[in-house]
Design a protein around this ligand. Structure first.
Ligand SMILES: Nc1ccnc(=O)[nH]1
Length: 178
């Protein structure tokens, strides 16, 4: 599986999430030798969960694998990596340890599509990206138009669900006040 195929699975997952009425963010985890390890989409609405982001779902669906299987893997995601995915995936994927050379650079690449998208609260999720880069992970930004459109449509339709996903409440409040 190459980059295009891996990313296409993440987009497929995002669309499934949209159809289910959830947050349309998908992800796929692919091993260094091109094998699909796991795929998934944000399930916060579907599962009534505070933590099921697209990337964490892909990791969860990959099951329990030895560290060597994650080595050199790529996480394809339809939105730039937020702090949530970094914190949850860092330990199993061994990207948490700056001081241990052997743990460094385990996931080599993450390919988010929408890094420069400006979220409703004005953030661009640059924090998640910065963490990854600091730890030697290659971050490739695709700026994929299809993902951007899907996110923009969703945010317009369900601003309160999106704000909840990113830990914001302002829009919900201003709606209630009206
Ligand atoms: N990168 C992400 C940001 C917000 N929600 C997600 O599921 N993923």
């Amino acid at each position: 599986m190459n980059d295009q195929e891996g990313f296409a699975i993440a987009v497929e997952e995002a669309k499934i999430g949209y159809k289910e009425g959830g947050v349309p963010i998908g992800a796929a985890l692919v091993s260094k030798d091109g094998k699909l390890l796991g795929r998934g989409h944000n399930m916060r609405v579907q599962k009534g969960s505070a933590i099921h982001h697209g990337e964490t779902a892909a990791l969860e669906n990959s099951g329990r694998l030895p560290a060597s299987t994650y080595k050199g893997a790529t996480m394809y995601t339809t939105l730039s990596p937020c702090d949530m995915w970094f914190v949850i995936t860092a330990q199993p994927l061994s990207i948490h340890s700056l001081s241990h050379a052997h743990a460094y650079n385990t996931i080599q690449r993450t390919v988010p599509a929408l890094v420069s998208y400006t979220a409703s609260h004005g953030s661009r999720f640059l924090g998640g990206e910065a963490y990854l880069k600091q730890r030697g992970v290659e971050v490739v930004v695709l700026e994929n138009a299809e993902c951007r459109e899907l996110m923009e449509r969703f945010i317009k339709e369900k601003p309160e669900v999106w704000n909840e996903d990113i830990g914001e409440e302002e829009r919900v409040h201003s709606k209630e006040e009206k």
